[in-house]
Design a binder for this molecule. Structure first.
Ligand code: GRE
Ligand code: ZN
Length: 322
């Protein structure tokens, strides 16, 4: 690849599975990663070979959904500690090819904040990833989770808000009729998107970003539709009868988005127009999405080389200290 040849490529939403975590997955969660399970469980030579073939230099690893979010406080603390220690060990075998985001026991927010600090300061992890609703019901903007934002700000590391299977009541009411013929509509096709976009909107409305103004939130999948909707959301929440909030400004000054699993020119152009290239980072969503198409898309994209370099590596280098 010509433009990418001398360019470092860092992909930041790249998943793996740890037995200590997946042993607790139940029902739909236990099946979701099935179609790529072998690739999720392998973090070593085969993964690196696939990265080499696609031109990817570094994967920032994170566990697959729902990670530790559905665990009770006691289990979550135990399992997240094991998982983060294990992740640090995987990275230490190939420190020039892998970095990582921590799993947090969000059912115990104070312990989660402490684990984030340990993961960053002792293990060298670069931030944390949160997968869907804690305990299957609590959105991450709720006040009980604010100590995690406070610690992330103090440590100057991002919080990556990642989808998980949506709340069963939502699936029942909105998606059940088509879930059997099109299981993808419950996850990456729409269920993931509507829940994670909701999570992003709620974070802005909650005021947590006013309280901790240097917090960095990352959304994958080109911002889970939010860049496309900013203008309209901003209008609606500032109509008479609303408290009013500078929604579009808040989103564009606190959120970062990645290209994970979404390699489409018109969607990316919308994101660039709303947010600017400094807030867009490259990701694949391996192994749910294979490695080759992402760099090939970047290679072909009609975008100047400086902006491509920001998306492909320098924004990540700056944010994650890579
Ligand atoms: C993802 O992480 O994007 C993902 C899953 C499970 C199924 C599909 C998918 O976690 O894209
Ligand atoms: Zn993902």
């Amino acid at each position: 690849m010509t433009i990418l040849k001398d360019q470092r490529v860092i992909a930041i939403e790249e998943h793996y599975y740890d037995d200590n975590v997946t042993a607790h997955f139940e029902g739909l969660d236990a099946r979701t990663g099935g179609f790529v399970r072998e690739n999720l469980e392998e973090v070593g030579e085969a993964r690196i070979r696939s990265m080499d073939e696609a031109g990817i230099d570094v994967q920032v690893l994170s566990h697959g959904a729902p990670s530790t979010q559905k665990m009770d406080a006691e289990t979550g603390v135990k399992v997240a500690t094991l998982a983060n220690d294990g992740l640090a060990e995987l990275i230490s075998a190939h420190p020039d090819r892998f970095a990582g985001f921590a799993a947090l026991p969000t059912a115990d927010p104070k312990a989660a904040a402490d684990e984030l600090e340990r993961a960053v300061n002792k293990l060298g992890l670069k931030g944390a990833m949160i997968h869907g609703l804690t305990g299957g019901e609590h959105f991450f903007d709720k006040k009980q989770f604010w100590p995690i934002y406070e610690r992330a700000q103090a440590l100057d590391v991002p919080l990556y808000i990642h989808p998980a299977n949506p709340h069963p009541a939502v699936v029942d009411a909105y998606l059940k009729d088509y879930a059997e013929a099109f299981p993808g509509i419950v996850n990456a096709g729409w269920g993931f998107t509507m829940e994670t976009a909701t999570a992003g909107i709620r974070i802005v409305l909650s005021g947590v970003l006013d309280e901790y103004p240097d917090v960095k939130i990352i959304l994958g999948h080109l911002g889970e539709t939010l860049p496309f909707l900013l203008w309209r959301i901003d209008m609606a929440v500032n109509r008479p009868g609303n408290d009013g909030v500078a929604f579009r400004d808040a989103f564009c000054s606190h959120f970062y988005i990645t290209t994970s699993g979404f390699f489409a020119d018109p969607a990316l152009l919308c994101c660039i127009q709303e947010m600017g290239v400094d807030r867009i980072l490259f990701a694949i969503d391996y192994p749910f999405v294979s490695n080759e198409p992402g760099p090939a898309w970047m290679e072909r994209l009609m975008l100047n080389a400086d902006d491509k370099a920001k998306i492909l590596h320098s924004n990540a280098e700056k944010m994650l200290g890579l």
